[in-house]
Design a protein around this ligand. Structure first.
Ligand code: CUA
Length: 344
């Protein structure tokens, strides 16, 4: 044994280095994920924080187990390996050790279970009485948001007040979708003919990414939305702006666009409150289209360049889009763009 002293040292040091590097890589992955927009590791609501606390506990316990297993496996397989004059170490019938490595995992799993069940009970429990109710409806491939108490309907941008519990009722018009805003809440399915729900209280003013998290057809990956959490004051102002009906432009390009909107059949699929002809319910309500940040189901920024690209050929931009290519001329698109941006 004496001869193998230095080699044993090398083996132990090497085991520790490999273990340290592995743990360090895990840590990097863990911390780095905090800088990505879809991270679950920067919780911005009470329930997301609750879930993240469970995640942290499990991460630390699992990390400790992993580090211990790697270090001991590497060290033992060198130190106790078979070589001339020494048999490989085998352990049989050691009751104390057997008991230890049976009970230890039980304790570790129990330590994970208590906070997990507690978090599940809170998150799936009833929302507080003073919650603001929002109905989120999934369509192929965009999200509609209704505020039954406020009389507001919008799409792709979900606006919420900070520090007030939000009860989201989830429905679908066609296939199964899933509502997910990683920084605010876990994902919950939106099932046709059945209402699911989730609740959370956003605690930070800001903009958060949301997306459909259930494969729902060709443009599943393009089914996105943004959540804007405002101060109560800003939220109230937004609600006021959304309650107004759209004014019909009297003259100029926008007025031509309003006519084009009727002639091209847009009115069959889209509602514009204030435009008596536009009462369609297949596509998003457009009464305040100009005030939205995104278009085409949250795919792209709501800019003139993107809107032109969209009107020119929707299915080319968003595969499977129910909005067809209407073969609009550039002049027709000019007028439609002017009309749509007049809908502030
Ligand atoms: Cu809707 Cu995926």
């Amino acid at each position: 044994m004496g001869r193998s002293g230095p080699r044993r040292m090398i083996a132990i040091v090497l085991s520790l280095v490999i273990t340290a590097v592995t743990v360090w890589l895990m840590y990097i992955a863990f911390v780095d994920s905090a800088d990505t927009p879809q991270t679950t590791y920067q919780a911005m609501s009470d329930n997301a924080q609750l879930a993240q606390d469970v995640y942290t506990i499990i991460f630390i316990l699992a990390g400790a187990v992993m580090a211990g297993v790697i270090a001991l496996t590497l060290a033992f397989s060198f130190i106790y390996r078979e070589r001339p004059g020494q048999q490989a170490l085998q352990i049989h019938g050691n009751s104390k050790l057997e008991l230890l490595w049976t009970l230890l995992p039980v304790l570790i799993v129990a330590a994970m279970a208590v906070p997990t069940f507690n978090a599940i009970a809170v998150i799936t429990g009833d929302a507080p009485e003073d919650s603001l109710e929002v109905k989120a409806v999934g369509y192929q491939w965009w999200f509609q948001f209704q505020y039954p108490e406020l009389g507001v309907v919008t799409a792709s941008d979900l606006h919420l007040p900070v520090d007030r519990p939000i009860l989201v009722k989830l429905e679908s018009k066609d296939v199964i979708h899933s509502f997910w805003v990683p920084q605010l809440s876990g994902k919950v399915d939106m099932v046709p003919g059945h209402t699911n729900q989730l609740w959370f209280t956003p605690n930070t003013v800001g903009e958060f990414m949301g997306q459909c998290a259930e494969f729902c057809g060709l443009s599943h990956a393009n089914m996105r939305f943004r959540v804007f959490v405002h101060t109560q004051e800003d939220f109230d102002a937004w609600v006021q702006s959304q309650l107004a009906e759209a004014a019909t432009p009297e003259e100029g390009l926008a007025a031509a666009g309003a006519q084009q909107f009727t002639m091209s059949g847009c009115i069959g699929c889209h509602t514009v409150r204030g435009n008596a002809l536009a009462m369609g319910v297949i596509g998003p309500e457009l009464t305040h289209f100009g005030s939205r940040t995104r278009l085409a189901g949250g795919m792209v920024e709501n800019t003139e360049v993107e809107l032109r690209r969209w009107l020119k050929n929707p299915p080319a931009m968003k595969p499977g889009s129910i909005m067809p290519n209407l073969n609009l001329t550039d002049e027709q698109i000019d007028s439609l763009v002017a009309y749509l941006y007049s809908l502030q």
